[in-house]
Every structure is written in C-alpha cells, then in structure tokens.
Design a protein around this ligand. Structure first.
Ligand code: F6R
Ligand code: MG
Ligand code: MG
Length: 387
C-alpha cells in the first residue's frame, strides 16, 4: 500500500447524555465535540471530520493518516466526549456521561464505553462509503443485512454479474462472549457462517474482505457495553462503515438489504425484540416505547481523506413501505407485552435490571418436595384428615 494513499476512517461513538430521556442528543453537545475535533484538524491530527448523531448517540466520523487504534485519534475522541459530557451535565441532560465508563483515558477507547469502527484503506480514485449508525439495538443487528449484501445473490446482483465479486467475500466473526475470532469464506462456508451469525447476541460480523484481493470492504463496531461493564448501561447502538461500487456492492445493493425491517434486540430498556426501521436523519430519534430501533445511512465520497457529503440515503420514499412494515411489526409484537419472544430470553436479560427483581423473589421459592408437602398438609387440614 503506498503511504500517501493510505487513510483511516474512524467512527467513534458514545451516548454522553440526551434530551427528554434517551431520545436525542442536544445541539450544544454536538457543538462541544465539534470544537475539539476542529482543534484536532487544525493541529493536523485529523484530515477531516463530521459530527452527527443517531438518536441519543453522539457520532464522531473522522479521517486521518494515523492507522487504526491510534492513541492520538482515540484520545481526541475521548476529549470530545468529555467536553460534550461536561455540557450535558451543565444542561442536566439525561444520563449525562452514560457511556464513559472510566475516569482516565488509557490510550484506547476500546473497553472504556464508546463504540468503534475503523478501517485503514488505500483510497481508490473514487471512494464511495456508507456510514451506518443505529440506535436502540446491538452490533449483531448488522449480521443479517451484511450477510445479504456480501453473500446473498438474491440481494446483490454483483455477486453473480461482476467478475470482481464473483469469488465471494470473507467474513471475520467475533465471539463477543469468549473474546475469540474466526474467518469464514463465502460462498463455500456459507452454512457454517450462518450457523454462527444466526446468534447475533454472541457471534458478530466484525470485518468483511473481498476474497479476490483481501480488500477490506466493511467494518462494524462490536463493543458490547453490558459485557464490558457487567451490568446494564444502555444498549450498544452500533455503527458500521461499508465501501461501495466498482467491484464492491453498489450503494443500492447495500441499501437493499435494509428494505426488510428484521427483528433485532434492543428497543425499550435494551430488553425487547423489535423491527429495525431505516430512517432519514430527521427521524433519527426513538419515541414509541423508546423505539422502534432505527438506522440511518450517510453516504460520503472520500477524497484525499476529505469527507465529501453526506447524502442522507434513507431519505427516500422507496423506504416508506419498509417503514410502514416496521410499524405493523412493531404493533404486532408490542401486544406480547412482557412475554417472550418480544422480551429477550434469559441469557440476554442477565445484563439488564431484571436480575435485581428476580433476586427479591429468591427466598420465596421452596424446594418442590417441600412445597408439595405444604400443599398436602393444607389440603389435609381443610378436609379434617389430621384431626
Ligand atoms: C435503551 C434505552 C432506554 C432506557 C429506558 C429506561 O437502550 O436507552 O430504553 O433503557 O428509557 O431508562 P432509565 O433506566 O435510564 O430510566
Ligand atoms: Mg441514552
Ligand atoms: Mg442510543
């Protein structure tokens, strides 16, 4: 890779507090973060940046030449979040500082609360990318659509038609419970891949490479806040970067996978399945039952590291039907109230506040034999058999 063409795109995000509960970031927090990044740009740490939000998550989209996991870039993002959190505290925003799990910066924001998706690439002559940002869901929410984009010919015509894609793609999967990683190649290992990523709470697509030349095509933030903190501190509201066109899935092929509002974990209290609704930036905020979970897609052209754009890609009546379908599904599944499968299963509930409720009931449980004895004794008393 020639040095001058190598650039890194980093998206680092955190919920540092929001307006009217967990609804939306406040413009003053975005402004505070922007000031820090503007300073970083002036000092030459960043080439370019774009600060935005998805619901209550503050999103820092940055380009630079420092590679992934750079302490300079992570430090800058950490400072931006700290400054934004300061404003959030001043304004009394809700859950101010929520995702900043540590006081001191340790050189890398991974494991400290924020979510991170970064890719170092050799910029192509024209480099279209899509930045996806979701609210009220988890990293595994990308499993289904990204599988369809890079492995399903019924979604992506290019897999069949374009010789550059015809060999397929390799998927790097993280086991977020065990801290392990595996690479599976499609189409040959498609069924193995599906055997894993069909459990999106545990096996999460991290990166996708074009098989022909190992070109990095997509990266997802895989931080699972609750696993890091060991308790419920909000959902992990993931982000992803997908490169498009010219031997990669077209922008329209990437977006096509989001035309089906599949069920994802998250929504109210991070404890419910609900449909993932693709929306424009103006609707990137959750209301009904703190949801339903949303995703926005911003398209950029990257030129010498500069971020040209964005284009608000789900701002299109072509996704109206998907949104209506999502609301129909939301309505249906909501009627299950506290019952599974609307509410998540027990393994996932472990990282919510439910264990505290169950703890209270612990002493009330009797061994079944004893309980049976009590019932027999009671029924004997009622029938007078013991007298
Ligand atoms: C989900 C989320 C919200 C909150 C809910 C309760 O990711 O952030 O649904 O879980 O509003 O919030 P607290 O416990 O802060 O009142
Ligand atoms: Mg929040
Ligand atoms: Mg959020």
């Amino acid at each position: 890779m020639s040095e001058d063409k190598k650039i890194t795109i980093s998206i680092i995000k955190a919920d540092i507090g929001s307006l009217a509960g967990h609804h939306i970031t406040h413009p003053d927090t975005l402004a505070a973060a922007s000031r820090v990044l503007a300073e970083g740009k002036k000092k030459g740490i960043l080439i370019d940046f774009y600060v935005t939000h998805a619901g209550d998550d503050l999103e820092l989209i940055m380009t630079h030449r420092k590679g992934v996991d750079s302490p300079d870039i992570h430090g800058l993002a950490w400072n931006a979040f700290q400054e934004a959190a300061k404003v959030a505290r001043e304004l009394g925003l809700y859950a101010a500082g929520q995702d900043l799990l540590s006081e001191a910066f340790s050189g890398n924001v991974r494991g400290m609360g924020p979510g991170v998706a970064e890719m170092e690439i050799e910029e192509r002559p024209s480099e279209p990318i899509i930045v996806f940002m979701a609210d009220k869901t988890e990293p595994g929410a990308f499993n289904l659509p990204l599988f369809r984009v890079f492995a399903d010919p019924f979604n992506t015509a290019g897999l069949v038609i374009d010789p550059k894609m015809h060999d397929g793609f390799k998927f790097e999967i993280y086991d977020v419970y065990e801290g392990k990683t595996v690479i599976l190649s499609c189409p040959e290992e498609m069924y193995d891949l599906l055997a894993l990523i069909g459990t999106p709470g545990r096996y999460v697509i991290k990166r996708i490479y074009r098989k022909k030349d190992d070109l990095l095509a997509a990266v997802v933030s895989t931080e699972r806040l609750n696993l890091i903190a060991g308790r419920y501190v909000g959902k992990d509201d993931p982000v992803a970067i997908v490169r498009c066109q010219h031997g990669l899935p077209a922008v329209g092929e990437v977006l096509e996978a989001f035309a089906f509002p599949h069920l994802v974990a998250g929504w109210m209290r991070g404890s419910h399945f609900g449909p993932l609704m693709p929306v424009s930036m103006k609707d990137a905020k959750c209301t009904r039952f703190d949801g339903p979970p949303r995703i926005v897609a911003l398209g950029f052209q990257v030129k010498n590291g500069r971020l040209i754009g964005p284009a608000d890609l789900f701002d299109d009546p072509a996704f109206e039907y998907t949104r209506m379908k999502a609301m129909e599904v939301a309505d249906y599944i909501r009627r299950h109230g506290p019952f599974m499968p609307h509410r998540l299963g027990p393994e996932e509930m472990e990282y919510t506040t439910l264990p505290q409720v169950l703890e209270k009931l612990k002493g009330r449980f009797k061994k079944l034999e004893e309980a049976t004895k009590v019932i027999i004794r009671k029924s004997e008393m009622l029938t007078g058999a013991t007298e």
